[in-house]
Write a protein that binds this ligand. Structure first.
Ligand code: OSB
Ligand code: MG
Length: 373
């Protein structure tokens, strides 16, 4: 990518607090709202948007909205405003001095990519070298109050023609639930996400997962672990998919060397943005690791980035890209994501990410605003 931006003209930050249609429960938290940190950057007379995938709490990873706000405001924006006539690759090189904080970096990179694509009047996927196609859908169903609610949610997802269904599990809400789900839905493409709730001590439970013909078990062990997942994968048939553990390309290489997983959930926010995500999917494609695009309950902004990302050939499995209405009654962009009758999703059309940010909705839902530049 030789394309360049001249200079940064303005930077604004917002936090919007959108109510979720229903609470989203995982092994680590119950979320009732999506509190999204948004970045609006203007450069070369073009306005781009980025969404940070952090939440208010550090329960999925150490980054939070507050840490991201701090890193963006006190470090990342200082870096980009000092640059003149720069490419986005050069921005990422300059970001390397700051260790970690991938979600903060991704939000800035996202906004710059949206600007760059609009400046050259092409869709984001084209700027990045993706191949346009309709995107497979998938839904992530949180832990439910009772089995009937779960079975009903799965039935609704099947009616919508979602291509695969993921259910959240945790210790003591696992084998019994999966048994009932499989009995009711013997043939659906099904997987489970443990969000790090188990240890190798739980090997007897984890071995029982093999009975359910799951596409994969996502992140069974510690959020930081790669080594012990390798030991586990050698003792179970169910393919392991890593989520939390993979924060960069080096982690993906370590997982391949240790045979820790067969699948990786690539969240572009978690790995420092679209360009790093592209590198990881390419590495995985060349090393027999299947990948899919995860989600972090993004608003329409982040959801659009996730759709463009899936135009790369490594994304061979349906991801956590669901309809907007599955989480929000009112989103902050037009158009919302919808499923076609066969469960596929169209990439938003037009230059950049292709969705229109609705300023009246931002005003209505915003709980924080600051103009940085
Ligand atoms: O582990 O994939 C996860 C949401 C928030 C934090 C972590 C995870 C999730 C999801 C939902 O599973 C994915 C989505 O629909 O955006
Ligand atoms: Mg996960």
């Amino acid at each position: 990518m030789k394309k360049r931006l001249t200079k940064i003209d303005s930077v604004e930050m917002f936090i919007v607090r959108l109510p979720l249609v229903s609470p989203f429960e995982t092994s680590f938290s119950v979320q009732t709202h999506r509190e999204a940190l948004l970045l609006k950057i203007i450069s070369d007379d073009v306005c781009g948007w980025g969404e940070c995938v952090t939440s208010p709490d550090p329960y999925y990873c150490y980054e939070t909205n507050s840490t991201a706000l701090h890193i963006i405001k006190d470090f990342l924006i200082a870096i980009i405003t000092a640059m003149k006539n720069f490419s986005i690759e050069e921005v990422l090189q300059n970001f390397e001095q700051i260790r970690g904080h991938h979600m903060a970096k991704a939000a800035v990179e996202n906004a710059l990519l949206d600007i760059m694509a609009q400046k050259y009047k092409i869709p984001l996927f084209e700027l990045m070298g993706g191949t346009p196609k309709r995107i497979m859908s998938g839904i992530s169903i949180g832990i439910q109050k009772n089995i009937d609610d779960l079975l009903l949610s799965i039935q609704k997802a099947c009616d919508k023609k979602y291509h695969r269904i993921k259910i959240k599990i945790k210790k003591s809400k696992d084998i019994d639930i999966l048994t009932k789900v499989r009995k009711a839905f013997p043939n659906i493409q099904l997987m489970a996400d443990a969000n790090s709730d188990y240890t190798l001590q739980d090997i007897n439970i984890l071995k029982q997962l093999d009975e359910f013909n799951l596409m994969m078990i996502e992140q069974p062990l510690n959020y930081n672990d790669i080594y012990f997942h390798g030991l586990l994968q050698k003792q179970i048939q169910t393919p392991i998919c890593l989520d939390e553990s993979i924060k960069n390309l080096n982690d993906a290489k370590t997982a391949v060397e240790l045979e820790s997983c067969k699948i990786i959930n690539i969240k572009q926010g978690r790995v420092g943005g679209m360009i790093n995500a592209k590198k990881i999917q390419e590495y995985c494609l060349n090393n027999d690791i299947e990948t899919w695009s995860g989600g972090m309950l993004e608003t329409g902004i982040g959801r659009a980035f996730n759709l463009h990302l899936q135009t790369f050939p490594g994304f061979v499995l349906p991801g956590d890209t669901s309809e907007t209405s599955r989480y929000f009654t009112e989103d902050i962009v037009d158009k919302p994501v919808t499923l076609q009758p066969d469960g596929f999703i169209e990439i938003p059309e037009g230059p950049g990410i292709g969705v229109q940010v609705l300023s009246d909705r931002i005003d209505r839902f915003k709980v924080f605003y600051e103009k940085l530049v």
